[in-house]
Structures are given as C-alpha cells and as structure tokens.
Design a protein around this ligand. Sequence first.
Ligand code: ADP
Ligand code: ADP
Length: 226
Amino acid sequence: NAIVTFEHVNKVYGNGTIALSDFNLEVNEGDFVSFLGPSGCGKSTALRMVAGLGEATRGEVKVFGQSPKQLIKESNDIAFVFQEANLLPWRRVIDNVILPLELRGMSKRQSKEEAIRVLEMVGLKDYASAYPRELSGGMKMRVSIARALAAKPKLLLMDEPFAALDEMTRQNLQLELLQIWEKANTTILFVTHNVFEAAFLSSKIAVMSARPGRLSATIDVDLPYP
Ligand code: ADP
Ligand code: ADP
C-alpha cells in the first residue's frame, strides 16, 4: 500500500542547481524510511516536495495518491518537523502543541494532558506557558518534535530533527519515535546524514548520492531491537 511515491522526479532550482535526477522511490504504509547521504545530495529537497513545498521540474511526487500541494491544505494526517521549528509565535508553547490535537478532534482536556506529557518528554514542561520567542533554537526544535509526535499523524516527515540536540535528549526522543512508529502505525520519512540513526531507527534506507540527487540504493533493515 504505497503512501508516498516518487516517479522519475527531477528537480532543478531556478539557478540551475540539479537537486534530484530521476529519483524513484515507493514508500509503503508503515515504513520508516531514512534518506541518507552527504550534505547537498537532495535529501531536504525530496522531503520538502512530499510536504508540498516545491514542485518537481519533471516527474511526479504523490502522497496518498494525490498531489502533495493540495493535500497539505486539507489533511491533518501529515505532520512535519523541519529545521525551522515553525511554531506559531503568537501562541504559547502548550497551545502550539494542542492545536493539531484539537484539529484532529481530541477533547480540550485530553489534548492538554497529551501536550503536557510530550512537553515533559522533551524536558520543556516548565516552558508550557512561555512564548516561542522566549526559547532557544534547540528548545523550539524540541517543541516542534513534541507537537509532531503528539499528533500521531499517518505520515510524519522529519528533516534532521535531532541534529541540534544534546545526546540525552536525542536518545530519549529516538526511543519515543520508535515506540510511536510501532504503536501508531505511522509512516515516517526521515532525513539524516547520520549512519547510526539510519541503521538503528529505520526499516528502509534510501541511500542518496551527490552525483547529484540520485538514489544509489535502497536497503531494507531489520530493527536490531527485540
Ligand atoms: P541535502 O538536504 O541533502 O543537504 P538539499 O536538498 O538541501 O540537500 O540541496 C540539494 C542541492 O540543491 C544542493 O546543491 C543545494 O545547494 C541546492 N539547493 C537547495 N535549495 C535550493 C534553493 N532554494 N535554490 C537553489 N539551490 C538550492
Ligand atoms: P488562543 O488564545 O486560542 O491561543 P490566539 O489569540 O492565539 O488564540 O489566536 C487565535 C487565532 O487567531 C490563531 O489561530 C490565528 O489563526 C489568529 N491569529 C492570532 N494572532 C495572530 C497573528 N499575530 N498573526 C496572524 N494570525 C493570528
């Protein structure tokens, strides 16, 4: 059951930079796919297309069989964590986390409880009432991750979400992510240049080459956990 497909996708930016060339990939329901490759190989470009940010120059990206640009406006089933944390600046931290939960129909009381739980998990319970501008970059990132995990979306897109975090927080969040993936049957697309993250978190690795933007291999991974 394909959730995301890249069909012969080429992406050339306005300045002539080739970011993806003949990129083909099929992501099935429940897959946890890491996009792994050196800086500049097109990982973010590929992920952003799935989120409806930027169109293919040639070829086609489809999400749930539809064009991502249209889908992203209508669907509460997709959550993303990009390097800019994308918090709503006029909303308190907790209200940023609650918003997608309420949009998904969760009650006020339940969404508040869940928001507090995930904020505690990322070590930011004490900042629940703060505004995003009062937080450091790493803290904003943690809120963004908490918000995405709380929403338990069908499709979760993450672009190097753990890169800027300390080791302890990183490990906690990696475990939480694995648990959510197993329990909630979330399909995850995950950009990383960290081989260990790719090998130990994902069920499939899309290895990309800087040649540029080509898929060199897809590797199926058995999770090393019992
Ligand atoms: P990665 O995520 O693997 O580091 P990117 O997808 O960010 O790679 O970038 C792929 C290539 O496209 C790089 O050469 C990068 O410099 C270029 N690129 C990315 N975004 C833009 C843009 N908005 N305009 C022009 N070139 C871009
Ligand atoms: P609440 O008190 O429920 O958190 P807010 O007053 O923060 O609600 O905002 C309610 C809605 O009004 C937001 O979801 C947003 O759509 C809009 N809004 C509020 N402030 C701004 C702003 N500064 N810029 C753009 N939209 C805003």
